[in-house]
Design a binder for this molecule. Structure first.
Ligand code: TXA
Ligand code: MG
Length: 327
């Protein structure tokens, strides 16, 4: 079992030193919990891949305290500056050309690197005292549901790591949005995430290339590691493009869990679950992974979930649900 540590000044001081010396640490961010190591230390980063059983061709995101901190390891441009001014610190990741300071293991040998500056207060306090970036993927075993609470990390990786820094439940509950800025003339969304693409498009005053449903489901990687099957419960999950009818809920058997977007008016059997009171996308996003875990551990034979509307955060919610349902 890992020690779950409160973010006291003393703990943060010790954990920075632990990271500097090559340790692995689960950290809270505003999106999901991450599994962090010193991004300049190839050996430390190797441990991330081992603990998660993550294939080495799936690159890591480097986390920084400020925009200035990224110049030591990648090549920013006008668009990254505009977007950082608008959204950093926050749930937006840039892919930019990399410099040699970042070891190849972090970027899976690519000549680009993913970078973001999280806005979780505990994460910020930790990283502001570090003189190195933190490489951190989500702190889940490869392809399982991402953790949004310290106890989720404990449940899946507790015997692989020594410490989990507790920052409470994650605000957004979905990973960051990733935008490829290698060519600033053609920014491209690589992963839908907690920052709605429409806001990014407003900030850069143009429409961006977006991942298509078909390309990722045909198994063609839009971003390395962006696999069709991901975020998956062990329990088979079926996805419904429309709201489940009340009669289906009433007639449903207890072995099937229903995961609805909003609280139903009538049906209230124990197998009926919901992600929000009235269909608010923020609430749905922030409770999605925790609810999927809960249902996965409850012994159901099947989960039937409803798709969200295809806009704003709904794009990221549906992306996660589709990958969770992929068989
Ligand atoms: O919100 C988040 O982004 C969380 C928290 C911990 O920051 N992190 C996260 O990391 O979701 P991870 O490893 O689960 O997903 C990172 C994804 C990779 O799977 C890959 O698709 C993409 O980022 N990526 C990383 N480096 C890349 C690169 N150089 N080019 C293209 N895609 C890259
Ligand atoms: Mg992940």
């Amino acid at each position: 079992m890992a020690d779950i540590l409160k973010p006291t000044d003393e703990n943060l001081r010790n954990l920075r030193e632990f990271l500097r010396l090559g340790g692995l640490l689960a950290v809270p961010t505003e999106t999901v919990y991450g599994l962090a190591a010193n991004a300049l230390d190839a050996k430390a980063c190797e441990k991330i891949f081992e603990a998660k059983k993550r294939p080495s061709n799936d690159p890591l995101i480097c986390h920084v305290a400020s925009y200035e901190a990224l110049e030591s390891f990648c090549e920013p441009n006008d668009v990254s500056k505009t977007l950082a001014d608008a959204f950093w610190p926050g749930p937006l990741t840039f892919v930019l050309p990399k410099k040699d300071t970042i070891p190849g293991i972090v970027t899976a040998g690519l000549d680009s690197v993913a970078v973001r500056s999280p806005n979780h207060p505990v994460f910020r306090k930790l990283i502001e005292g570090c003189d190195f970036p933190l490489a951190a993927p989500s702190a889940n075993p490869f392809a399982y549901i991402s953790p949004t609470q310290a106890i989720h990390v404990q449940a899946n990786l507790g015997d692989q790591i020594e410490y989990i820094l507790d920052g409470g439940p994650c605000e957004h509950g979905l990973e960051s949005t990733i935008v490829d800025l290698r060519d600033p003339a053609y920014p491209e969304i690589l992963r839908y995430g907690a920052l709605p693409v429409e806001l990014i498009e407003n900030a850069v005053k143009r429409r961006l290339l977006r991942p298509t449903r078909n390309s990722d489901h045909a198994g063609v990687s839009i971003a390395p590691g962006s696999l069709p099957k991901h975020y998956s419960p062990r329990t088979p999950l079926d996805l419904r493009p429309n709201a489940v009818s009340e009669s289906e809920l009433v007639e449903s058997d207890q072995k099937t869990a229903y995961l609805l977007l909003r609280k139903p008016v009538n049906a209230r059997a124990n197998n009926i679950h919901w992600l929000s009171e009235n269909g608010e996308l923020e609430a749905i996003a922030s409770s999605l992974f925790a609810k999927l875990r809960e249902l996965d551990n409850a012994g159901y034979q099947k989960i039937i979930a409803e798709e969200a509307p295809e806009l704003g955060l709904g794009l990221a919610i549906n992306d996660r649900l589709r990958r969770a349902s992929f068989r």
